[in-house]
Design a protein around this ligand. Structure first.
Ligand SMILES: C[S@@+](CC[C@H](N)C(=O)[O-])C[C@H]1O[C@@H](n2cnc3c(N)ncnc32)[C@H](O)[C@@H]1O
Length: 225
């Protein structure tokens, strides 16, 4: 599947607010996807395609990240990444999403896959409950992008995101982000307080006007001690 863009290749200053930055949009989207899952078993959109999940799971395996590590999928949507992680052997998985419809869809999919041990809960990552803490690995696929498109106070919400991330990750915890709104340098800049870039994961490249670029950026950060 093609890696999918929200707003292709614009710089951070130019990113216009969008309905993709609103809870209503995601609730409507996942309510439709939930119905479609119930009707025909379609799990719905996999953001950035299947290879975006394979990239993350294979990297975690290569790094020998313990299968009992506490892993959080931030803005899990339909929870398919959690299904892949569970099938790869990871056993301490949590997914959160602020959309109740997304959480219900993820629960239905996990139930069908007989993966009852995966925790799924409704949580706003910008206003998390006390129990959201102590994670070894946090993963974000498209959620920071969505938050950065919020029509109201996106800059404030982005810095709140960084604060929450810092709070929920253990010391030396790992953060893996996949984004199409932000370049590598922009993400390094966004997360520079409290996080250090460990690695850039290879993603597909495109050529435009004689220049090579990435449509999707995938980075691994480590929480600074
Ligand atoms: C582009 S979708 C990506 C979904 C999923 N990660 C995937 O890769 O398929 C963005 C997700 O972020 C969720 N989201 C946006 N803002 C959030 C917030 N403040 N707290 C929790 N979830 C949020 C949306 O409900 C949506 O499920």
């Amino acid at each position: 599947m093609e890696e999918k863009l929200f707003v292709g290749g614009v710089s951070s200053d130019d990113i216009p607010p969008s309905k993709l930055g609103t809870k209503e949009y995601w609730n409507d989207t996942y309510a439709r996807e939930l119905q479609s899952f119930k009707d025909i078993g379609d799990v719905g959109e996999i953001w950035f395609g299947v290879q975006s999940m394979t990239r993350i799971v294979q990297w975690m395996k290569r790094q020998n990240i313990g299968e009992d590590s506490a892993v959080l999928d931030i803005g899990t949507g339909n929870g398919i990444l959690l299904v892949d992680l569970a099938k790869a052997g990871f056993s301490n998985l949590t997914g959160i999403d602020y959309s109740p419809a997304a959480v219900e869809l993820a629960k239905c999919i996990l139930e069908e896959e007989l993966l009852q041990n995966v925790r799924i809960q409704v949580e706003d990552f910008l206003n998390p409950s006390m129990c959201l803490s102590g994670f070894d690995v946090c993963i974000d696929k498209g959620t920071f992008d969505a938050i950065s498109l919020c029509p109201e106070n996106s800059a404030g919400k982005m810095s709140r995101y960084v604060e929450t991330l810092h709070k929920v990750l253990k010391q030396k915890g790992i953060f893996i982000i996949t984004s199409c709104n932000w370049t590598k340098n922009e993400l390094v800049n966004q997360f520079h307080e409290g996080f250090e870039l460990q690695e850039e994961l290879p993603t597909s490249k495109f050529q435009f006007g004689g220049k090579m670029g990435n449509s999707v950026t995938a980075l691994v950060f480590v929480k600074k001690t």
